[in-house]
Ligand binder design. Structure first.
Ligand SMILES: [Zn+2]
Length: 423
């Protein structure tokens, strides 16, 4: 995305409205939060319904969960409360709350969330509102839905009206007299975003005047009066310390780059995917290389290239192993396949553990303490070999209770969780 496209956006708006090139068009520049879109409906000043929104359509009803958010008012304030008000916003998790949540997940041997956006989505879609309440979600509101009476004539006044009604709006939104001013806001945010308390992935420019917005209308559901200016993907340079091979549930060997930890867009990255054998060869990635790491939205960090001038002398092309690093069986690549697979099958510990993990996560045993570390430890100790063995764990209860970190109570909890799933 370039600044030229933002200029073109405003020129299109002016042409459509029959304005002269030099006529001013006021814009509101709002940071684009990387969160989950929601819509709240208030009737007679009270919260009546809240739902997630995907691609402009109303999704799941999550009213009870939204009620637990401190940024979602139960009752509207002020003297100008419309009979019906629908307001749209973004639910998100701050970077600090996200790190705290993942620390808690780790303590409980639960899988970590990949990013704040996933954590917010997972927390809002809980069946139990008490879990949502414990997750510290935040929200900003910025758009109108159905309104029984007008409460503003411009986007800027609407944001002010929302604050008077008791909603939280983003304080770094700015009213801009021109696209040049809006682009300056965008440049400033691109530089300072790493220091913000939450992730943003761009800036949205909106024509401020609602009368002009109505004249501009929509083209196939996309408003002609707004433009989302996404930031370029974030990149950083760092050293590739090693390439390790992970073995998946079906035996696929996946190369993973171990990196000298580096901050990319405010997040510390120490691993990145290298996809497969061909990708490594195509990019000629070698251990010791200085690599360019990219992080874009939800995607796992990737290595987009190397800095050849910084390659250490004697760095060797990576030799992809022909044997499984875990069980030593031959790893073969079938014609037409990109992946090399371990042929060890049942003898391969990596595959067995991954199959167990997959089974456990699919059946939600993990909520009660069968996390990755436990599965690996049980497998190594011979307590658990395959999914069916989970239901026979009670036969080895005495051994379990004697294990480090386990006692009668935690063992009892695990036995009960397993019994629950047997039904
Ligand atoms: Zn293997």
């Amino acid at each position: 995305f370039t600044e030229d496209e933002a200029q073109e956006f405003v020129q299109r708006v002016k042409r459509f409205l029959g304005l002269a090139e030099g006529d001013p068009v006021e814009l509101v520049a709002e940071p684009k939060i990387d969160g989950l879109s929601v819509a709240l409906r208030y009737e007679a000043g009270r919260l009546a319904q809240g739902a997630t929104r995907g691609d402009g359509v109303v999704g799941e009803d999550v009213t009870a969960n939204l009620r637990t958010l401190k940024d979602v008012p139960e009752r509207l304030h002020g003297s100008r409360i419309p009979a019906t008000l629908e307001v749209r916003g973004e639910v998100f998790m701050t970077k600090a709350d996200f790190l705290k949540l993942n620390q808690d997940q780790e303590k409980d041997s639960k899988p970590p969330f990949a990013n704040p956006r996933n954590a917010a989505a997972g927390s809002l879609r809980q069946l139990d509102p008490r879990i949502t309440a414990s997750r510290r979600l935040s929200a900003f509101f910025y758009a109108e839905g159905e309104l029984s009476e007008p409460i503003a004539g411009t986007q800027w006044d609407f944001l002010e009206a929302l604050r008077e009604l008791g909603f939280r709006t983003n304080p770094i939104a700015e009213l801009c007299p021109s696209i040049e001013a809006a682009l300056a806001v965008c440049r400033k945010l691109a530089e300072t975003r790493a220091r913000l308390a939450y992730d943003i992935d761009g800036v949205v420019y909106k024509v401020n005047d609602w009368a002009l917005q109505r004249r501009l209308g929509f083209v196939s559901r996309a408003p002609r009066w707004a433009l989302a200016h996404k930031f370029a993907a974030e990149r950083a340079m760092t050293r590739l310390n090693d390439i390790v091979i992970q073995v998946g549930r079906t035996g696929t060997l996946t190369p993973v780059a171990e990196l000298e930890p580096v901050t990319v867009g405010g997040v510390v990255v120490s691993r990145a995917t290298l996809h497969n054998e061909d990708e490594i060869a195509r990019k000629d990635v070698r251990v010791g290389d200085t690599v360019i790491v990219q992080r874009a939205g939800d995607v796992i960090p990737q290595i987009v290239g190397i800095v050849e001038s910084k390659r250490p002398k004697g760095a060797q092309p990576f030799a992809f192993p022909a044997k499984c690093p875990v069980c030593g069986s031959h790893a073969v690549r079938e014609p037409g396949e990109v992946a090399r697979r371990c042929t060890g099958g049942l003898v391969c510990a990596a595959q067995a553990v991954e199959r167990l993990r997959h089974f456990v996560s699919r059946n939600a045993f993990d909520i009660e303490g069968l996390g990755r570390k436990h599965i690996e430890a049980f497998f190594e100790a011979g307590l658990l070999k395959n999914p069916a063995g989970i239901f026979k764990l009670h036969e080895r209860r005495a051994e379990l209770e004697g294990r480090e970190g386990w006692g009668p109570q935690s063992t009892g909890n695990l036995m009960r969780a397993i019994e629950e799933r047997r039904k």
